[in-house]
Ligand binder design. Structure first.
Ligand code: SF4
Length: 248
């Protein structure tokens, strides 16, 4: 039985996969996105009370408390972060145990790790939410700390790996950073080129984590960026529709 560092466990989420989900957020991330709304998830160690060590059995005890809701709603377990693949063996154990219990599984990942880590979890995954933050390698490095070469390659490989894997690209729409026509066109062309993709989720930038930066003694790097309006979200969605049908 493995142990992992868990940031928190949230119940009854409606936004992280099919049905009602229990979301297990893990500590540690390979990126440092300027807009990150969970800066407390980035460090791989327990800091200022954020995070605790749990065994896979302890996590599953929490997850299975909601089994009846999963059954009625078609929901299940979603693993998120931070970056869950930094603890890929632990995640694989959670997902495998879930499948043994016929619990649906999902993971949200930045995909910024070697494919050897990705492949540890794919066999036990029903839905993969793969983040795409910027299509330009240099801008990705400027805003997130690393370029996107490995990320895009991993998404290509995951899309080709098994057609029954539900693959959703998650794109945070950050005004002035990645919402221009050039980036959206490049994103659309990339998505259209994948062997399979079940949809693109466009997520409006929000400032929910700003207070946590102050708590951690860190500076928030995008103090003037505002949440895009519903009109802007719809217009960008229609733009992306030129390349891919299912925009969520
Ligand atoms: S990948 Fe997600 S958790 Fe990691 S820094 Fe970026 S926004 Fe934050």
């Amino acid at each position: 039985m493995r142990s992992g560092i868990v940031l928190r466990i949230e119940k009854s989420s409606l936004h992280d996969g099919d049905g009602l989900r229990t979301v297990v957020f893990l500590k540690g991330c390979s990126l440092h996105c300027s807009w990150c709304s969970t800066p407390e998830s980035q460090s791989p160690v327990i800091e200022q009370g954020y995070g605790k060590i749990m065994t896979s059995e302890q996590v599953m005890q929490e997850v299975t408390k909601d089994e009846v809701f999963f059954f009625h709603s078609g929901g299940g377990l979603t693993v998120s972060g931070g970056e869950p693949l930094l603890q890929a063996d632990f995640v694989a154990e959670l997902l495998q145990e879930s499948h043994h219990r016929s619990i649906n599984t999902a993971m949200e990942s930045s995909m910024c790790l070697h494919f050897d880590e990705v492949i540890k979890v794919l066999p036990h995954l029903d839905t993969l939410f793969a983040d795409i933050k910027h299509m330009d390698a240099n801008k990705h490095k400027d805003y997130c700390g690393k370029d996107n070469t490995m990320i895009l390659d991993n998404i290509r490989r995951a899309a080709a790996w098994k057609s029954s894997l539900k693959l959703i690209a998650r794109v945070p729409l950050i005004p002035g950073v990645n919402d221009d026509d050039e980036n959206m066109r490049s994103l659309g062309e990339f998505c259209a080129s994948l062997q399979h993709l079940d949809g693109v989720e466009l997520l409006p930038y929000h400032r929910l984590g700003v207070g946590t930066y102050a708590k951690l003694g860190r500076r928030y790097l995008l103090p003037t960026v505002k949440t895009p309006s519903a009109e802007v979200m719809i217009e960008r969605k229609m733009f992306l529709r030129q390349y891919i049908d299912n925009i969520i």
